[in-house]
Design a protein around this ligand. Structure first.
Ligand SMILES: Nc1ncnc2c1ncn2[C@@H]1O[C@H](COP(=O)(O)OP(=O)(O)OP(=O)(O)O)[C@@H](O)[C@H]1O
Ligand SMILES: [Mg+2]
Length: 346
């Protein structure tokens, strides 16, 4: 693993500037997303780091090595592209083993490494299939397996989830984040999906037109956006912008007010009748307006809860969760049919 230092990096195609004086210090073991609208330069920056594109100006260091003089294949940086690019004529086993074979490693070392990656990603039962015999999510896991199998110094992913359906996308982003934490990987994840960036990242680099707008943790980007572009780009539905005069107190049209829809709520009474459960917090996924909490119950099962502000919580702590009984559906176990909601407190 290694840190990545991007210093005063600019890139032009002909006279057209695509990246303009970017500075980013990415820590060892950090999960960073590049987030911004289509065409803002996310992929170009990724290609510059991996060596598929040259810089016009500036430097990129991996740990303390200046990458300028290191050819792409010697950088030990793994890339996962949007379309996975698996070899269709090879089985899953050979796809994952491919980078190790290229390095000329011994057969038993390769076998061990492939078994390790397959176990980590739940691919053991699929090793003898061809890519055509896999679902999109399984293919994506094979692509990740092939990327991590050689212990890369950094893992770069360019919109790897964009081909998946919404449900699978949510599952895969949790899996990738868990894997990254388990292995202590330095990951750069390119996306134009702000929710995806928020739930997965330690820090988000928000870009627009080749210029870095803000580089901060998800909650800071959400609560303290550096400018109106970031404020409008992060958060769904989008932030309301209002004339400053609406605030009174001497403000006028020289100011713009930003109000998040989630913060603009009708007043209502707190509800009372709740079902309570206790569990251990295992993972926090900040999503801006709320955060999702993965909580393990005493019987080992995992449930997802939400909270307003995750900064008060730490993974590993015990949590009490409550749900309004009337919001708990009741199903017939034999038929799966919903029979109603939980009755008020008993
Ligand atoms: N080889 C190239 N020659 C000329 N211009 C290019 C080249 N590659 C990219 N560009 C331009 O550079 C800009 C940034 O492209 P890039 O692919 O980095 O955007 P992106 O942020 O990854 O967008 P998307 O979200 O659509 O993938 C775009 O305006 C694009 O047209
Ligand atoms: Mg791109």
């Amino acid at each position: 693993m290694a840190s990545i230092s991007i210093r005063s990096v600019s890139k032009s195609f002909g006279l057209y500037p695509v990246l303009q004086g970017l500075n980013l210090e990415i820590a060892d073991g950090e999960f960073v997303s590049f987030l911004g609208p289509s065409g803002c330069g996310k992929s170009t920056l990724l290609f510059c780091i991996s060596g598929l594109e040259d810089l016009t100006a500036g430097t990129i260091h991996l740990g303390d090595r200046d990458l300028a003089h290191i050819p792409p294949r010697d950088r030990n940086i793994a890339l996962v592209f949007q379309d996975y690019a698996l070899y269709p004529h090879m089985r899953v086993r050979e796809n994952i083993a491919f980078p190790l074979q290229q390095q000329g490693l011994a057969a038993d070392v390769i076998r061990q490494q492939v078994a390790w990656a397959a176990e980590l990603l739940g691919l053991e039962a699929l090793l003898d299939r061809s890519p055509a015999e896999l679902s999109g999510g399984q293919r994506q896991r094979v692509a990740v397996g092939r990327a991590i199998v050689r212990n890369p110094a950094a893992l770069l992913m360019d919109e790897p989830l964009s081909n998946l359906d919404a449900g699978l996308r949510v599952r895969m982003r949790t899996e990738i984040k868990r894997l990254q934490k388990e292995l202590g990987l330095t990951v750069i994840f390119v996306t134009h999906d702000q929710e995806e960036a928020m739930v997965m990242s330690d820090r988000i680099a928000v870009m627009n037109a080749g210029v870095l707008q803000q580089f901060a943790d998800p909650m800071t980007v959400y609560r303290e956006p550096a400018n109106q572009f970031v404020a409008g780009f992060i958060g769904s539905p989008q932030m309301n912008f209002l004339p400053g005069s609406m605030a009174g107190g001497g403000l006028n049209e020289a100011s713009v007010l930003g109000v998040r829809p989630h913060d603009l709520v009708p007043a209502r009474d707190a509800s009372s009748d709740v079902l309570v459960m206790r569990g251990r917090l295992t993972l926090i996924e900040p999503a801006g307006p709320v955060a999702f909490l993965d909580v393990t119950l005493p019987d080992g099962s995992l449930i997802k809860a939400t909270c307003a502000d995750p900064r008060a919580y730490r993974p590993g702590e015990d949590l009490l969760l409550a749900v309004v009984r009337g919001n708990v559906s009741v199903f017939d176990a034999a038929t799966g049919v919903r029979t109603g909601a939980l009755a008020p407190g008993s």
